[in-house]
Design a protein around this ligand. Structure first.
Ligand code: TXA
Ligand code: MG
Length: 311
């Protein structure tokens, strides 16, 4: 994608004035603001209607910049080398001398950090002299955005500007790994857990039930289209939207394919897009056919399970 430099300039101007914009990343779009500015960070929480105790991820362009704010360790170096820039977030110790707004991490001494791969956002980060705090660009607990139009659908004109970067290529949030003590996966996402295990020579598994709420985003009721979702459904109710991953002989207009040949990476990319499409069509509920629980399927099932827990 060609980078539109006047859009980068416009974004910088808004961010320099401590306001927020939508930014593209390869995982999902973010709602971004200067991570060193209390004003910008407060505005993010306000726009997202996000509880103040749910900390934000901060996006960096380089390790050099990260070193101003966080302690780095060997596990970080190994994972950075293999996966960055890319869809992985690290929880690290915050340095006392850091200038990160205390609102980012709710006064805690840890920070979630990420190096996005999307070239438009890398260009933007390279012209800023601060990192960007950016949670997913959706109202709290709603469906994440994977395009500029989705961000508009969530926030309307409340967000001044959305930097266009096309459709997010991964379509699911980053994998979160805590590197504070023993490495621990706090959220499944764009990098499969087995690849992280290979680099760290570990056998971590993800079991959301075992994790005390370290990341409040792990709470249930997340990623929700606001209508009931039933999982592992073989025969859907007549009026339901039906989400599928394998092509049927006959297809009905309430059938929504994440993929037609069980390609789970493709399914992940289409998940939020399909959920948003269904949400905007007034179905009473959603049925989902069984999705294999391996590779990206595990992350998809995790999102759908949470989305199925209506508030
Ligand atoms: O792919 C992504 O990670 C996207 C893009 C925009 O970068 N961002 C994203 O942010 O998903 P958000 O805010 O929707 O999810 C961040 C998750 C939340 O569950 C939050 O609780 C957790 O990261 N988190 C943030 N800081 C943390 C910390 N210090 N310790 C543990 N969990 C943390
Ligand atoms: Mg989110």
């Amino acid at each position: 994608m060609k980078i539109n430099l006047s859009n980068i300039k416009k974004s910088k101007k808004i961010l320099d004035s401590n306001d927020c914009i939508g930014i593209p990343t390869e995982t999902v779009y973010g709602l971004a603001g200067n991570a060193y500015s209390d004003k910008a960070v407060s505005r993010i929480f306000e726009l997202k209607k996000r509880p103040k105790n749910n900390p934000l991820i901060v996006h960096y362009i380089s390790i050099d910049m990260l070193k101003n704010d966080c302690e780095i360790n060997n596990n970080f170096k190994k994972l950075y080398k293999k996966f960055c820039p890319g869809p992985i977030t690290f929880i690290l110790k915050l340095k006392k001398s850091s200038h990160i707004s205390k609102y980012v991490s709710n006064n805690k001494n840890t920070l979630a950090v990420r190096f996005p791969k999307h070239l438009v956002t890398r260009k933007l980060l390279s012209v800023l002299d601060y990192p960007l705090a950016a949670p997913s660009a959706n109202i709290s607990n709603s469906i994440s955005s994977v395009s500029k139009e989705d961000v508009k659908d969530e926030f309307g004109n409340k967000v001044k500007f959305v930097l266009n970067g096309g459709r997010s290529s991964i379509g699911l949030e980053s994998t979160i790994v805590s590197l504070i003590k023993k490495p621990e996966v706090l959220r499944l996402g764009g990098v499969e857990i087995k690849k992280i295990n290979k680099i760290l020579k570990k056998k971590m598994i993800f079991n959301s039930k075992n994790i005390k709420v370290k990341a409040p985003g792990q709470n249930k009721f997340h990623y929700s289209p606001g209508i009931p979702i039933k999982l592992n459904v073989k025969i859907p109710k007549k009026n339901d939207a039906y989400i599928l991953i394998e092509k049927r002989k006959t297809s009905y207009k309430n059938y929504y394919y994440l993929t037609k040949n069980k390609n789970l990476k493709e399914a992940a990319k289409n998940l939020y897009k399909v959920l948003r499409m269904i949400k905007n069509k007034n179905y009473p509920s959603i049925s989902v056919e069984k999705i294999p629980n391996h590779g990206f399927g595990e992350a998809i099932n995790e999102r759908l399970y949470k989305a199925s827990k209506l508030k």
